[in-house]
Ligand binder design. Sequence first.
Ligand SMILES: [Zn+2]
Ligand SMILES: [Zn+2]
Ligand SMILES: [Zn+2]
Length: 928
Amino acid sequence: MKKSDSHIKIRGARVHNLKNINIDIPKNSLVVITGLSGSGKSSLAFDTIYAEAERRFVESLSSYARQFLGVKEKPDVESIEGLSPAIAIDQKSISKNPRSTVGTITEIYDYVRLLYARVGVPHCPACSKPVKRQTVDEIVKRVSALAPGTHVLLLAPIIRSKKGEHKSVLAEIERGGFLRVRLDGEIMRIEEARDAFLDPKKKHNVEAVVDRLVIDTDLDKARLRDSTETAIKVGSGFLIVNDTFQDILFSEHLACASCGISLNDLEPRSFSFNSPYGACPACTGLGTTLEVDSKLVIPNPRLSLLEGALQPWARASHKVGRQSWYWWMLEDLASRHSFPLDKPVGQLPKKIIDFLLYGDGERFEGVVPNLKRRWRETDSEWTRGEIEKYMIVKTCAACGGKRLKLESLAVTVGGKSIAEISDASIRDELFFFQNFLKSAPKEIHLVLKEIMRRLEFLINVGLEYMMLSRTSTTLAGGEAQRVRLATQIGSHLTGIIYVLDEPSIGLHARDHAMLLKTIRHLRDLGNTVLIVEHDRETMEAADWIVDLGKGAGKHGGKVIFEGLYIKLLKTNTLTGEYLSGKRNVVIDNRERKKLSPKEFLVLSGAREHNLKNITLTVPLGRFICVSGVSGSGKSTLINDTLVQILLAHFYNARTTPGSYSSIKGLEKIDKVVDVDQSPIGRTPRSNPATYTGMFGPIRELFARTREARARGYGPGRFSFNVKGGRCEECEGQGVKKIEMYFLPDLYQECEECGGKRYNKEALEIEYQNKNISEILDMPAEEALTFFKDIPVISERAETLVKVGLGYMKLGQPATTLSGGEAQRVKLATELARRSTGRTFYILDEPTTGLHFDDIQKLLLVLSALVERGNTVLVIEHNLEVLKNADWIIDLGPEGGADGGEIIAEGTPEDIAKNPKSYTGQWLKRNLK
Ligand SMILES: [Zn+2]
Ligand SMILES: [Zn+2]
Ligand SMILES: [Zn+2]
């Protein structure tokens, strides 16, 4: 066998910091690529192997298809042999489409729709009675089966609960040859009915009497059949059989005989919220609607209309604006209803405020309807955006957020609607289908088994608490990645190179073994799985490990080890030494742990989502970890409740914290810093230099050079955001945005400036032999020495180095930072600010993307913050971090409905002793 059949052979890879490396990666294997943060792992896995595979795929397509996908640049690599089609499953590529849910991504929802279309039982959306379609044969069979001796009436319903005198209807019944009718429940001859007085303002029922029969042995079946057919024809598909006790309703339509509501035939698209056949018409299937919020329209009721109390019309209050249309409308309204324009709005009668908001039913439209109408009618994105400032997202009132038409929601399988199924946890859903299978008709067994198979994949990647209805936009990075992983296994592809980025993120140690089993399964299907990972268990499970280093940035980019895990343990790379225990992630917090904490922040009665009315007690001035299996409620408790309360308290942020009863101890902290993983900016204009605030002083340095002064260049010349020094072709971005229709936006290097962002004149100015573009290209650790005499710059560079970002270029565009890197840039920025000594820092999974050695650095930084009296609270699964915590708060016991409780609190040693805590079980094995 040639080596290119069994290996991916890479020669001369030079992408980013890769040092012209050659490497052979075994195919059909589970391969871990590891190394320090910034050592070049992603450059090798994603930017070389995956990028080249994708480029070759695009090349192979027709030129027509290519124009939509854009021409991909060839990565800087001499050659790659043995490549096959590749699929990247990283944390960034989450669909931003609010119409995509876990159910649609995994295609499970498509199968569930099929199931509902095949065997769903329709119910009337108005009265909830089951609705059935019956053939004439079935009706005849049921009527003949009535007890012998029963007198039956066959009635054709003509008028059902409708106001009027109905004279012409009665005349028509007579012309049809019927002798009797039932009028409002009373049988009478047609002449009698014609002469009877019908109150036109009242609702009436009229049925034609088609036949009268007695059920006995010599029942004339042919006559019953004829009469049934006639009645159904006259009754437009409906028939009432009265057995002297009650009416029995029959219909050949899928329609409710009592309410007369006709239902459409069930098809898979009837259950799709992305199809007009299934979507709730009020919200077009989104489950939410944008509504104007009166509190945003009148944010300050202490103002009068004169002073601009109506925020959207505020300009109508200024002197000039008083000639405007809106002002004229307000004056008119005020004179007609005689209220003053100079009185605070809050003091006006409620009736008047309602007129202002919703109109007076006369000439005045009302601010809310006016905004809604303009929002609907406008073609301008800008206007729509302006109006949306006064709108909030509300659950759709028509469907209750369930996205579907009421008649689709009223269809059940096994007694449950499709919305109930979608809102249940994957675990409960699987349980439900397992039960349903026992009694389900044979024809749908295949569909059911496919649904169950795919649900199991989701459970196997640790998502048993997840719901099919979860919108993809609300998934955490790790969750989204594992949803896609489960989908890939369901797709049964073989011969693929899967490239994964830290699939263990957000996963508790308990669920990790299951995830690894899934990944091995993916390999056993005949695929190559490349994982960028730092985690010990994953490396243990790998067939092959590639360790990049030796350092980060320009000190990295080399292959320092390749081979089996047991060999790695014996090497002297940083990875090998941490794995073998020669080095350990450890901070010295013995002193802190000895002293019992004196001050606490106490959040009581937290009950959002699955939280079970719990009390969170955070010891202040400590390093605290919040742990628990996925879905146990960590994020709901910390991010959705605690952080929101703190942000509202300290920054008057307009947030809605999750439900809680009270919070005590706020006076003991004076500042809160939420260091999350959201990008530091949405465009390439933001970068670590601008974010940390060192770019201002750098531009001033350039403006103070002799040459700049001679030419009269101010600091603005060295900004890439304003005209003057920037390259006008790309407006200082260095790249040009290419908008893609179906894929995320693509950025391509600017040809004019070659990505340097500045024009020739600006680049001619040098500070210590470097121009401004070269400074932006400088890694933080180099900046630390380069600017050593300028503390305002070097101190900020130093904090970047401290959080393990020494390799990061000062001008690296925000759009290219990973979530973990963005988080560490934020942390570095916070470190550079003077800590108050009473600051409350909150971090969500800060170890994302970190090697053991990076974690060590991070813990030292966090520990130093705590030493100065601050409180650091992290949500974390990583055992290296957990065992170094001063205090752990463990949630659980399970995810979803079975979680939401605090299982254990205390030092890592305390938690390890607690048999109820999963975290404790894993800690026990790792604490020595
Ligand atoms: Zn009904
Ligand atoms: Zn709706
Ligand atoms: Zn340019």
